[in-house]
Design a protein around this ligand. Structure first.
Ligand code: CP3
Length: 357
């Protein structure tokens, strides 16, 4: 039993220990599909100001928990706070997603990169973790997170998101792999320190978001993404005050490589919705837990269809612990919150027969 938690189902499932029902949380559970989030963001002024204000970040972290009986909270922040603290100048152009004022295009800038002090430039994130833990008061565990070095490098090199596979980053990968490796090396050090600081501040599990690793060839995935995530996992404090801190690795589009991901020593693997969860479980065996698998756009369907899709995934995973229900990617801003009620209810109700001794 994890000390001082009223609901530790999420942590138990990540460690494949028995649970009464399958735990559920949603990637991007605090976000624009909630009118109360939009109101708080307006008070803050912008998304970035919201991230940088620990009191307001705490408020929005708790908003989805007030509406739905979710089994975990996730720190309200963004993966791009780390490159921002490295001096790249993060901003969000209205309706256009994230951008950097100073993307990494020149060798001299790349060689000057340095890992930031998590209690310095990123102190606002640690303050948010501490304040959220106080506000949660043991209701559910708090998840900390980072982007994977490769996913962060995509934005750092490209300078923005990309609809066509991050061509500038790919050009560097094939032309100047040494430069990309240098970015990845410094970023790995930065995010390892960053996650350890989140754990010290109170994060009870951590997730590495590798949103873009799945667009690589297997060879490039091993060299430019998986090896750096392995280094992070090896460098994390996996024990805090007698509690294990589970690590979840989520490579979107990584369904072909589950055995290799399981071998880096993480506790759980995030699955997008393209993978069959029954085969995924058979492939990883008892090495790791699995998280996810529900198509975020299936939340656009009627509650009855949502319930039947939940049932299909729970049946696919089958008997016993080791599954954390989640979406296969972030929730869409156009989701009806009432449909989330249907999803969470269905997971908690329909999963009980799978956890009887
Ligand atoms: O899951 C959560 O609720 C925790 C908070 C969280 C956010 N971003 C808040 C956010 C987390 C874990 C992230 C991770 C993140 N950020 C990833 C990896 C996961 C993924 O979705 O692939 C990536 C690639 C980013 C970078 C990023 N931040 C993008 C591409 C965007 C724009 C996309 C969009 O939905 O507009 C953001 C902005 C962002 N991050 C928002 C939120 C709630 C929307 C900002 C707003 O309020 O306008």
């Amino acid at each position: 039993m994890t000390t001082n938690l009223k609901n530790d189902r999420f942590l138990r499932a990540l460690l494949r220990q028995p649970v009464d029902k399958t735990p559920v949380w949603l990637m991007r559970q605090a976000g624009r599909y909630l009118p109360e989030y939009c109101a708080t963001r307006k008070t803050a002024g912008s998304f970035l100001q919201l991230c940088k204000n620990p009191a307001l970040a705490t408020e929005v972290t708790l908003q989805p928990l007030e509406r739905f009986p979710l089994d975990a909270a996730i720190l309200f922040s963004d993966i791009l706070t780390v490159p921002d603290a490295m001096g790249l100048g993060l901003y969000f152009a209205e309706g256009e997603g994230p951008k950097f004022e100073r993307p990494l295009r020149h060798e001299k800038d790349i060689l000057n990169l340095a890992a930031p002090d998590p209690e310095g430039e990123l102190k606002y994130v640690m303050d948010a973790v501490r304040e959220i833990r106080r506000a949660l008061d043991g209701r559910v565990p708090l998840i900390g997170f980072t982007g994977s070095p490769f996913t962060l490098a995509c934005y750092m090199v490209e300078g923005e998101g990309s609809g066509d596979g991050f061509p500038t980053t790919k050009t560097m990968l094939y032309n100047r792999p040494d430069l990309l490796h240098h970015i990845l090396k410094v970023t790995t050090k930065a995010v390892t320190n960053y996650l350890n600081a989140q754990i010290d501040a109170g994060a009870q599990a951590v997730q590495i978001f590798d949103t873009w690793g799945g667009m690589l060839s297997l060879d490039a995935y091993r060299k430019f993404s998986l090896s750096y995530m392995a280094e992070i996992v090896a460098g994390l404090k996996r024990n805090k005050d007698g509690n294990v801190i589970p690590v979840i690795v989520f490579t979107k589009g990584g369904g072909q490589w589950l055995e290799e991901i399981a071998a880096i020593g993480c506790d759980a693997i995030g699955l997008d919705w393209t993978v069959d969860i029954a085969s995924a479980r058979a492939r990883v065996g008892d090495k790791v837990a699995l998280q996810g698998n529900f198509d975020p756009l299936a939340l656009f369907a009627e509650p009855a269809a949502i319930r039947s899709e939940v049932g299909r995934i729970l049946t696919g995973f089958g008997q016993g612990s080791g599954h954390v229900f989640n979406l296969g990617h972030g929730i869409s801003q156009h989701t009806n919150p009432e449909h989330v009620v249907a999803l969470v209810e269905a997971v908690h109700e329909l999963s009980q027969p799978f956890h009887q001794a």
